[in-house]
Design a protein around this ligand. Structure first.
Ligand code: HEC
Length: 105
């Protein structure tokens, strides 16, 4: 393997990882799936609670409670969110709360 090949291969790996990370962890992309259940812009038309109009602190608090596997007062029978939020890191939960509060009013 020549030095040139090694440099090119490394550059490709770095470029690919950076692109994949940017896509998956951008808050706008993280919240795409929230809209599937909570409605476009978090304005749920059905029985699933709306999440539009909540403050960053309230969203972060509820998501953190769900992540710990517990229900919230407003949703005492929670079974969906308690599992779903496990998939996000604490940093992602914070980014989601911030994004939803700022953009879904
Ligand atoms: C598969 C459907 C589904 C998805 C996807 C989903 N949710 Fe939920 N969410 C629910 C349901 C159902 C509840 C009611 C509690 C329960 O059963 O877990 C809920 C409750 C909540 C609550 C509490 C609302 C309240 O009034 O107390 C918040 C906040 C919330 N979700 C935020 C989010 C965010 C942010 C995302 C995206 C990261 C998300 N949800 C993705 C179904 C979903």
């Amino acid at each position: 393997m020549t030095l040139r090949t090694i440099v090119l291969a490394t550059a490709c790996v770095v470029a690919f990882s950076a692109a994949a990370q940017a896509d998956e962890t951008a808050p706008a992309n993280l919240v795409n799936q929230c809209a599937a259940c909570h409605g476009p812009g978090g304005k749920s038309p059905g029985p699933i609670p709306a999440i539009a109009g909540k403050t960053e602190a309230e969203l972060a608090q509820k998501l953190t409670v769900f992540k710990a596997g517990k229900a919230t007062d407003a949703t005492p029978t929670a079974t969906v969110m308690t599992r779903l939020v496990q998939g996000y890191s604490d940093a992602e939960v914070a980014a989601i709360a911030k994004y939803v509060a700022a953009n879904w009013k």
